[in-house]
Design a protein around this ligand. Structure first.
Ligand SMILES: NC(=O)CC[C@H](N)C(=O)O
Length: 364
């Protein structure tokens, strides 16, 4: 294994020295930190990290290996990975390869031996931080914001169909998933609840979606700045107004934008698996999985049409919206978890109930 020295040079002027896990692969991108103590495989394969260099605050990564079931997409899309201590001797009955093998297979630029908690403090103090993973410590990152067409880079280009094996009666709702960079767990959650699923490209038109004859629409998570998708607003509004709709994370943000709200950047994002969210309808606090850098501006939400259903306990930001007259609900957190707790699984259950209440069509 290589012991080659590598550097993480930050736009703040800080330089952190580490070693390359696998080959040296120079890359630059937006720095973000994730505080989950487990779930590194799901984090590495979540398409919402496309264009970003991810660091894990938890120091030991790779200790339960890499398995064949927890990938959240067809391949990792993150730009780089920065960790403290990699484990080369994993122990888990489902483990089929190691972190190093994963990093090499997908050529993920990875540095280890970095004090990732000190790095996280720098990101928290400065907010928007860019980093360059390099072999040359005087190699400064440029302003490498995430590409404005990043969703196009991760979305499917062709329709994909999935059939449920868990029928709960004779009604099988058909859910069309608009793919902004979907996590596989979202589709698994729908299949487990007895739905058939069609995944379509993020920019599929209302007319095309109508031809697919869905009972419900799910707009997924995805990378980048939601405002870069403002050009889709009219299409998204038309879809959400006509068909029961659930938006998750980026899906929540683009629905809010389509109905006239605005989004803004959070100081340093919410990424981890223990973010407390208050459900304002039940008064309960739920522990949620999160991964976002932008948020819907609460003051911009039209309160005549929308009810704020969830708020973040830590910073009071919007975590969920329900339309007062249409069948539209959206959440900023991840009800599919993976990684993280399943406190909010009911979001899917409620959505499917709403779809069924509207009447499931007989599909050929
Ligand atoms: N997971 C997501 O869907 C993230 C949404 C958006 N890219 C953000 O950072 O806020």
């Amino acid at each position: 294994m290589t012991e080659q020295i590598g550097y993480l040079v930050l736009s703040t002027g800080d330089v952190l020295e580490g070693k390359w896990l696998g080959a040296a692969r120079q890359v630059e991108g937006e720095m973000v930190f994730n505080t989950a103590m487990t779930g590194y495989q799901e984090v590495m394969t979540d398409p919402s990290y496309a264009g970003q260099i991810v660091t894990m605050t938890y120091p030991l990564i790779g200790n339960y290996g890499i398995n064949d079931i927890d990938n959240e997409s067809i391949k990792p899309f993150l730009k780089g990975f920065v960790i403290a201590n990699p484990c080369h001797t994993p122990e888990h009955y489902q483990s089929s390869s190691t972190l190093l093998e994963m990093v090499e297979k997908y050529e993920i630029p990875t540095l280890y031996g970095i004090d990732t908690r000190a790095l996280t403090r720098i990101i928290r103090d400065h907010g928007e931080v860019y980093g360059k993973m390099t072999t040359n410590e005087s190699d400064l990152p440029k302003n490498c914001a995430v590409d404005s067409d990043i969703v196009k880079q991760v979305s499917v280009t062709e329709i994909k169909q999935f059939h449920t094996t868990k029928t709960t009666g004779d009604e099988i709702p058909h859910i069309v998933v608009m793919d902004f960079g979907y996590k596989h767990s979202i589709v698994h959650s729908l299949l487990d609840l007895g739905c058939n699923v069609t995944v379509v490209p993020f920019d599929t038109t209302f007319a095309k979606i109508h031809e697919l004859d869905p009972d419900g629409i799910l707009l997924t998570n995805g990378p980048g700045n939601p405002k870069d998708l403002s050009y889709l607003a009219a299409n998204i509004k038309e879809i959400a107004e006509s068909i029961p709709t659930l938006g998750i994370c980026l899906g929540h943000q683009v629905v809010a934008l389509a109905f006239g709200a605005t989004t803004k950047r959070l100081p340093y994002g919410h990424r981890g698996s223990n973010h407390p969210v208050k459900d304002l309808l039940t008064g309960k606090v739920l522990i949620t999985s999160q991964n976002h850098g932008y948020v819907v501006d609460i003051d911009s939400v039209n309160k005549d049409d929308w009810q704020v259903s969830h708020v973040n306990v830590n910073d009071k930001s919007v975590e969920g919206l329900i339309h007062r007259n249409k069948n539209v609900m959206t959440v900023q957190f991840h009800p599919e978890a993976h990684p993280g707790p399943i406190d909010t699984h009911n979001i899917f259950v409620n959505f499917i109930s709403q779809v069924k209440a509207k009447g499931v069509k007989q599909h050929a």
